[in-house]
Design a protein around this ligand. Structure first.
Ligand code: MCN
Length: 767
């Protein structure tokens, strides 16, 4: 770790090899792909939250100049593209299972959320397709809608799917209810808090885009599409359309952000397959930002009702959490995170002997919910950390001390949690000590007084969190190395960076393992047609998974290289040493270079690995100042100490943390997808009314590393891509609540907008 640097307050110098291309306009994004003779698609979408489609008349649109064809739900049914795959396959209560929801790739008979695609207009220009789409006549029979998950579960709520009685898609529980009840019965104190992790839109910079070409000779489809890796997307489209995986070929180069939202098979991609095949021409669709808000999967959308039982000394005895997980109108292929990930680290960084949690996952007349940076991890961290803060306030114990008192001690690792996970390793007291120093916890009272003198309310927040990263859904991660006669090493992966800098970090792993310059290593992500297996980029698993296999592949290349060099030198492999790109033998004094091995033909090796979960953890401390007159909150200090194991690239890790924290800032202070409860209409579907964080929202982040290397993989790394997001929600809301507590305000739900804070302050004044 490079503490020296950090303590001097310097930031790590960025040395990402992809940056020149990305920041000079030389990137190639999904909508940059074109092929000769392509047609353009435009989707007609529902403007109703819940309605029967009583009539659909495409005649006028079809007559519009340039229009080739219009596809509707009938075509989706005829193709059999009806049941999207879903990932919520974990066992439910009493052995029950989540029901897949039918969703023809173009709506058939009924629409269930605003934005659902009803028809696909294909024309010889994008403008013609869009113009003609306005001529498609739809007659709706409106049905009552329900957009709040608690309301969807209430008796008498409108029924959204015939085969989902009571709108309850899935129900589960974890832990031991009897133990929890017994512990609550003898507790000296019980803290209760109900919080919501609000529905938000991940909003990557690059909107979705997809160009599909049908190859009749091979009955295959070629896609240029945004993605987070090829394997998951290919499997899901294959399942949705019942097309063999090897008939689905994907090509993408640069991806302008993903955040979980770019992982899944969306119905639009499959509808384009129908059109491309029928018309015998490639069809391209580029999403607008409004379509992105309406139809890209949303994130979070969890309501958590929690209770924590403590003994008279403040030791945690038991916790109970009752979840409502809003799934939106259909079960998205990326739905599992809501539940699985929340239960993996449910007791957080604490020793809580007894735990019980229930989950209810309803459908609502809203956009389907999928993974969003953290996928359940920020939600559980938010719930637990808010409850712990509330307990500290009620018991008048310092929030940092209450944490220290209840931490899983270093000698208890590997630590088995009440939900059956095993945390590998962490040094929580060390992390806390470092963070308290970095954030000057002790000096807060003085700073609060200074703010008060300026008429401002100042609050401090703390969060100590742990999350699972690494273990993927794929059976294994594979990486292929190709060595050519110039000594260049191509590294093929099936993960796909969306801004993460894999071209830099993976090249470093391979270059270091081979002892060659990083510039000699070229990372090729998701080469079209490659059938390598592995995980997509998500769940902060690429460093642990693909990254570690990069290392194993380099080792394999050395081993195979030794055998080849031995043949050439007429020696045994054991007589040959490898270093810095060269095979040498003491005996013969001869040298065979890596490039020599590929003289006659390129040398290929494929390595594989399967790794378990790693558990990055962190302690963040933040301070906010609230303006009493406007309700505006300003982040005035932010310190983060994180353990992501060994670090491959410090600048990238710092950037990942910073990005994650700012994404949390967005959810805490502004971002919120809201629907009108009467009409089911979305009220925030553009950047005019969906408030993204701006650069000034977090002016400085002081970060330090506190690594406890992982033994799960040969690199000792833990994932870092989501950590900032996970830690930032509770610390920032905690800081605001701390500022408002003197006014008697103990809880507010996100987003903490100036208006919300102002009204809360006015109400407390009046009281
Ligand atoms: N890294 C490192 N040392 C470590 C751990 C990671 O140097 N100990 C590096 C990795 O090599 C990689 C980066 O940090 O370059 C992130 O690695 P990792 O934590 O393995 O996460 P993934 O690469 O799998 O990225 C996924 C994660 C997720 S789940 C979301 S969502 C997210 C995030 O990353 N989406 C992002 N960060 C994002 N960053 C950008 N720019 N864009 C997104 O869409």
């Amino acid at each position: 770790m490079d503490t020296h640097h950090e303590q001097d307050g310097h930031h790590h110098h960025s040395n990402r090899v992809e940056d020149k291309r990305l920041i000079t306009g030389a990137g190639k994004y999904a909508s940059d792909w074109n092929v000769a003779g392509q047609l353009y698609g435009y989707f007609v979408r529902s403007d109703r939250a819940h309605a029967e489609i009583a009539g659909l008349d495409t005649a006028a649109a079809l007559a519009y100049p340039g229009v080739k064809q219009i596809f509707t739900g009938d075509d989706a049914i005829a193709a059999g593209y009806v049941v999207p795959p879903h990932s919520l396959t974990i066992p439910g209560r009493n052995g029950s299972k989540a029901k897949p929801t039918k969703r023809p790739v173009l709506a058939h008979g009924k629409v269930r959320f605003v934005g659902e695609a009803i028809a696909l207009v294909v024309a010889d220009s994008a403008a013609a397709a869009q113009d003609a789409a306005e001529l498609v006549q739809i007659e709706y029979r409106d049905l009552p809608s329900v957009v709040r998950p608690e309301a969807a579960l209430a008796a008498g709520a409108p029924q959204i799917h015939d085969d989902v009685p009571g709108n309850l898609l899935f129900e589960a529980d974890v832990g031991n209810e009897q133990e929890v009840e017994a512990a609550f019965a003898k507790a000296a104190h019980i803290t209760r808090l109900k919080v919501e992790s609000t529905r938000v839109s991940p909003s990557p910079m690059e909107p979705r885009a997809c160009l599909v070409a049908y190859d009749a000779a091979n009955d295959a489809y070629r896609f240029n599409v945004v993605m987070q890796g090829v394997t998951t997307l290919r499997k899901q489209i294959s399942a949705y359309t019942k097309t063999a995986e090897e008939k689905l070929i994907f090509e993408a180069r640069d991806i302008g952000g993903g955040f979980g939202q770019r992982t899944v098979a969306y119905p639009e991609y499959c509808a384009l397959m129908i059109a491309a095949k029928k018309l015998g021409k490639p069809v391209k669709w580029v999403s607008t930002r409004i379509e992105a808000f309406l139809t890209d999967t949303h994130g979070r959308a969890n309501i958590i009702d929690g209770a924590l039982a403590l003994d008279k000394d403040g030791k945690f005895l038991a916790m109970r959490l009752d979840w409502i997980n809003d799934m939106g109108a259909y079960l998205s292929p990326g739905s599992v995170g809501h539940i699985r990930n929340t239960s993996v680290c449910m007791t957080g960084v604490y020793r809580i002997p007894a735990l019980y949690a229930t989950f209810k996952a309803p459908v609502t007349n809203c956009t389907p919910v999928g993974s969003y940076r953290g996928a359940g991890r920020p939600d559980i961290a938010y719930a637990v950390e808010r409850i712990v803060n509330q307990a500290a306030a009620e018991l008048k114990i310092d929030a940092a001390e209450l944490r220290r008192l209840n931490f899983i001690p270093p000698d208890a690792f590997p630590y088995k949690t009440p939900t059956g996970s095993t945390y590998e390793i962490a040094d929580l007291p060390g992390l806390l000590t470092k963070a308290l120093k970095l954030g000057d916890w002790q000096g807060f009272a003085k700073r609060r007084a200074e703010s008060a003198a300026k008429g401002k309310l100042r609050g401090i927040g703390i969060s100590t969190v742990i999350e699972n990263t690494g273990a993927g859904n794929a059976d294994k991660d594979e990486v292929e190395l190709r060595l050519d006669a110039n000594g260049t090493i191509e590294v093929h992966t099936v993960s796909k960076a969306q801004g993460h800098g894999h071209e830099t970090t993976f090249a470093k792993v391979v270059g270091d393992a081979l002892g060659v310059a990083h510039e000699r290593v070229k990372i090729v992500q998701c080469a079209p047609g490659s059938m390598l297996q592995g995980n997509h980029t998500g769940g902060s698993r690429s460093a642990v998974g693909a990254g570690s296999v990069c290392y194993l592949a380099a080792q394999k290349l050395i081993e195979e290289g030794k055998a080849l060099a031995a043949l050439e030198m007429k020696l045994e492999p054991s007589q040959i040493n490898y270093a810095n790109g060269e095979f040498r033998s003491v005996e013969s004094k001869r040298v065979v270079t890596l490039a020599d091995l590929a003289k006659t033909k390129p040398l290929k090796v494929v390595a594989e690995g399967k790794f378990g979960s790693t558990f990055p953890n962190g302690c963040h401390i933040a301070e906010v100042e609230i303006d009493r007159d406007t309700g505006a909150a300003e982040i005035v200090r932010y310190s983060a100490v994180d353990d992501c194991g060994e670090v491959i690239n410090h600048a990238i890790v710092e950037g990942q943390l910073h990005g994650g924290v700012v994404q949390g800032v967005g959810q805490v202070f502004g971002e919120h997808i809201v629907y009108d409860p009467e009409s089911g209409q979305p009220l925030a579907a553009s950047f005019m009314d969906y408030c993204m964080p701006r650069a000034g929202a977090l002016r400085e982040l002081k970060g330090e590393e506190h690594p406890t290397p992982s033994k799960v993989s040969p690199l000792g790394v833990k994932g870092v891509g989501e950590s900032g997001c996970t830690a930032s929600l509770p610390v920032l809301v905690g800081a605001v609540i701390d500022a408002l507590r003197p006014l008697g305000i103990e809880h507010l739900d996100m987003p903490l907008t100036p208006s919300k804070l102002w009204h809360a302050m006015q109400k407390s004044k009046a009281a």
